[in-house]
Design a protein around this ligand. Sequence first.
Ligand SMILES: Cc1cc2nc3c(=O)[nH]c(=O)nc-3n(C[C@H](O)[C@H](O)[C@H](O)COP(=O)(O)O)c2cc1C
Length: 455
Amino acid sequence: MSKCGYQGDKTQVALQDTKQGRNDLFAGIPCRLRAKLVFMAGQNIILGVSGGIAAYKTPELVRRLRDRGAAVQVVMTRSANEFVTETTLQAVSGMPVRTNLWDPQAEAAMGHIELARWADLVLIAPATAEIMARMAAGAAPDLLTTLCLATEAPVVIAPAMNHVMWSHPAVQENRQKLADHGVRILGPEIGDQACGETGPGRMMEPDDIVAAVMAPIVVANVEPPPLAGKTVLITAGPTREALDPVRFISNRSSGKMGYALASAARQAGAEVILVSGPVSVTVPDGVKCINVESAQQMFAATHEHIEGVDIFIAAAAVADYRPANSAEQKIKKTASEMSVELVRAPDILASVAKINNGPFAVGFAAETENLRDYARTKLDKKNLDMIIANLVGENLGFDADENAVEVYWRDGEQSFPMTTKSALAEDLIRLIFERYLEKLTAATQTALPAIAIRD
Ligand SMILES: Cc1cc2nc3c(=O)[nH]c(=O)nc-3n(C[C@H](O)[C@H](O)[C@H](O)COP(=O)(O)O)c2cc1C
């Protein structure tokens, strides 16, 4: 039994299972949080690795899953061996890797049916076009596809392939069939590919896969998560300001930071509304997403949903200016020169910060220079509660998977060094929540009547 008195089966299994090194998980973790972690610690994940170039990312994926407390049994296809070694995956997973359906020794230890029953989740990453075809056809010529048929656990795949392969009608038919069979499909993302081309087909990053499959499950006998009962509205991505029906002015925002914040806020228990410009990032589970294009649409959608919101985070890169007029028909190439008149786009953040008794307002400042001065000026001018500032430029901030930020509030500041956007988002949500609570406490104390103290 655990010292904090939680007596669920999974707790006992986790605390006694020293073979998996799971006891280390509890070092330094307050008692009230342990039960929640224990629940995640009990998850058994079969990680299927098929023969795509993105297999080189799987050792990292195994580590991230184990960091979150899962036991990971790797099952590789024969082709996967060409891209990543069994030795590496065995070392990082701490379990012998399974590759062969006809391995008498492995079958004697845990037969494929027992393995299929052991799993709480079967995750295949990367999933090749070939394995998707086998799974869609219900074929089972190897261990991994046999497990997919024999398990009652949810099956999740993260496809990865060249973008032309991904767009092929046969692959798309298989994707649809698998979705119809209840397989959850993560990504793929649009981006640079190993073949040197760009397009949809990149495997989702390990961090994002982990966030998608391992959102903490809240069990009845643990304290509610910190943001339970709170509503957080987050804007994310770029806006597009139309010049004509086919052209627009936009910026380099990928939306990754805003989406990572939405995922972290959701995991902390909040109701999350995401108002998003056009991006190619997957909406986190349990998050309500409203898709918009222009700054004007983002302004309208934000104000439509702002009532009752506790925390507002403006992570979108909203256009400061928009064309004064948008042509109804495509502008033709007739004049030798042309100029575009721009007018101010609505300032969504300032408008929300002005609301009487409005939400705790957090802004973002992406600057190429004088980060501290510009960010503090914006904090004061817009009367924000907090501002998160980062330098942007080549390989910094926009469209990157990692970020480093400085956070400022009226009487304090904190630096967050370079890390993945999902790890950063978890830290930022924690800090935002602390500052939000502090503001609430201060407001309550001011509202109390003064009591005269006499000797
Ligand atoms: C260098 C190289 C890279 C490959 N990368 C991919 C890939 O990223 N995605 C994919 O679907 N197939 C890729 N293939 C093709 C698969 O390896 C091939 O279809 C194989 O039969 C897949 O088998 P499996 O699904 O059982 O692992 C690649 C092949 C080679 C030679």
